[in-house]
Design a protein around this ligand. Structure first.
Ligand code: CIR
Length: 253
């Protein structure tokens, strides 16, 4: 169960964020409204939400999930793989230190975007994406081991981050799509397969029995609801334009 979250307000310069999507530039005012609705949803679920100010020098800084992994016994500050994002951790670390006494850090040339890390109990799957390298992943596994947790790497070739195509919904339920289908390491899960045309909804977020699902993906939303979860649908259009999904907008702990 989670009791807290940290989010970061979108900055005006988000219009210059990294993207591979062909969906146009984000509308900043609309992004602010969508972001506030996201915060409202977290608070509705009962989380205390710490809000960090916008940071104009980092266009992608709203995607705070990539900057750290928050486990029960420690926080691990990431080492973002994209040059324009490396400086984001400096503004996030002091806030994390207010909540965690044990704060570790991935060191360069190791790289980890924490969007590549999926928690399943005390085990963490780490995607080897274009943002996360073997050295960063091995550093993270060593830190996890030191705190009685485990980690393993997942080869990937297509998606931006591991959690672009996978979301663990607890109770052995795993949303899965695209290149992760058929991978042996995920065979043991009850797989909820997300069809290709709804692939964006494979990044949904379990929080204390609720699941945040992006609005506009009715098949996936229904499949999740059928498992007994309470669904909260959220408009994400402006973040989708920057390849960002629901999980990227918060750190939950
Ligand atoms: C980026 O390319 O880094 C941002 N435009 C999107 C980051 C999305 N984060 C995530 O999937 N965890």
């Amino acid at each position: 169960m989670f009791s807290k979250a940290i989010v970061r307000i979108p900055c005006k310069n988000m219009v210059g964020g990294i993207t591979s999507a062909d969906l146009g530039k984000p509308d900043y005012e609309k992004a602010l409204i969508q972001h506030q609705a996201y915060v409202d949803a977290l608070e509705h679920i009962g989380l205390d939400v710490a809000v960090i100010d916008a940071e104009e020098c980092h266009p992608d800084s709203v995607f705070i999930e990539d900057t750290a992994l928050l486990a029960q016994s420690c926080a691990i500050i990431a080492q973002p793989g994209a040059d324009s994002r490396k400086g984001e951790v400096a503004g996030v670390k002091p806030v994390i230190e207010q909540f965690f006494s044990q704060v570790e850090q991935i060191q360069a040339p190791g790289c980890v975007d924490a969007g590549d890390v999926m928690m399943v109990g005390s085990h963490f799957y780490i995607g080897l994406s274009e943002r996360t390298n073997q050295q960063g992943a091995q550093q993270m596994i060593a830190i996890l081991n030191a705190y009685d947790m485990t980690g393993s790497t997942v080869e990937m070739k297509e998606m931006l981050h591991l959690k672009t195509g996978l979301s663990y919904l607890e109770n052995n339920n795993l949303l899965i799509t695209g290149e992760f289908l058929g991978k042996s390491e995920f065979e043991k899960f009850n797989q909820i397969i997300v069809d290709g045309q709804e692939a964006y909804a494979a990044n949904s977020v379990w929080i204390n029995g609720y699941v945040l699902v992006p609005a506009g993906y009715p098949q996936t939303s229904q499949k999740i609801a059928d498992l007994g979860y309470q669904i909260i649908e959220l408009e994400m259009s402006e973040f989708q334009k920057l390849d960002g999904g629901l999980s990227c907008l918060s750190l939950r702990f």
